[in-house]
Design a binder for this molecule. Sequence first.
Ligand code: PLP
Length: 415
Amino acid sequence: MSNNMVADHAIRPVENDTIFTISAKASEAVLKYGAENVINSSMGVLLEDNGDFVAFESVYSYLKDLDNPKIAAYASIEGDSDFLQAVKKACFKNHMPNAYIEAVATPGGSGAIHHAIFNYTNIGDSILTSSLYWDPYNTMCVENSRKLDTYNMFNGNGGLDIDAFKEKFDYHLNKQKRLLTIFNTPAHNPTGYSISDEEWDKIIDILKQGASNKENKIIVLVDVAYIDFCDEKFDRRAFMEKFAGLEENILILFAFSASKGYTMYGLRNGALLCVTSKEEIAKEFFYTNLHSNRGTWSNGTKGAMKVLTDIINDENVGKPFYEDREHYVKLLRKRADVFLEKSSEVGLELYPYKDGFFVCIPCKNPLEACEKLMKNNVFAIPLQTGLRFAVCAVSEDKCMVAPKKIKEVLAECDE
Ligand SMILES: Cc1ncc(COP(=O)(O)O)c(C=O)c1O
């Protein structure tokens, strides 16, 4: 008989979160050696050059000025109705697909991913994503008695390995007749890759081939957690319009998060949205996810919904917010550009970066490299096949020197 008090399905490894562990070591190093001598690229949050946390002044002054009941009261279970309209605009902006679209509020993007997994796959199903992925996808699959399977992410030309995707997609769809695929794009965590419009065309062709068998149910979740840190000039929402007029057995979901784009990490604000050609599927989506909200966390954070709604609908609230955000989008781009430029100068190979909070360095022995880097006061996150470096958390000056330090350590490890 087992000594566990938790039920069999809830027995988990006794281990701490890697990111928080490495981040704690970085904080110790700062105390010992001084902040100027430590490069802490462990946490996926936006920090000022001096290490201060970035919380948009426009968001927090507006939130704190709300009447208390507008913060304290319960929100509707599905999310307040004006928020649900606003979040559609915030997600799609000027690329709203011509389709039936519904939204349900969730606590951050994580809540949305949870509902997609729970409501659109069966117990024991495999869910598909790329070989480099945000680890909580796996945690959420395990938590819900599902499995995560992956396809090789990049081909030799610095693009998405569409053939590898197709092979795994066809395999699971044939077997399960229902498949949820997660794409974290644009600004993928951990690589910063953004799927191009041409790659989306190929992906959609594969989805359509699968949908020609009417028994199949194809669900795609696009996790857009970092979308608002893409520079507008790249038009990274254009692909969204491609989801108009799809077969009725293809359902597109979006996991929207206000954590990064609105610096609302701790306020837990987000939504799951659906795009479908069939009205009843949109209705089913709405009531199923409303039910899941009641059956999990009940409802979301009213004050955070109100702030996002007013940013979208009221120019006086929106203007200072967009100014705030634009400043940090530029700051992030500058840091990433410097890191890319210096990497190419010293010959440090990177996975293809396009936008966002992270760059990722391919590496044979990530754990060893991470340990050695820590001894040199550089703190990055080891992944299965690489090291994640959070440019969002590191000043431009430090982004300038980090590639050389990393290159030197990797040379030692690969020997
Ligand atoms: C890839 C990815 N998706 C989704 C999220 C969801 O974040 P949240 O639940 O805070 O909105 C994160 C946060 O780090 C992320 O990195």
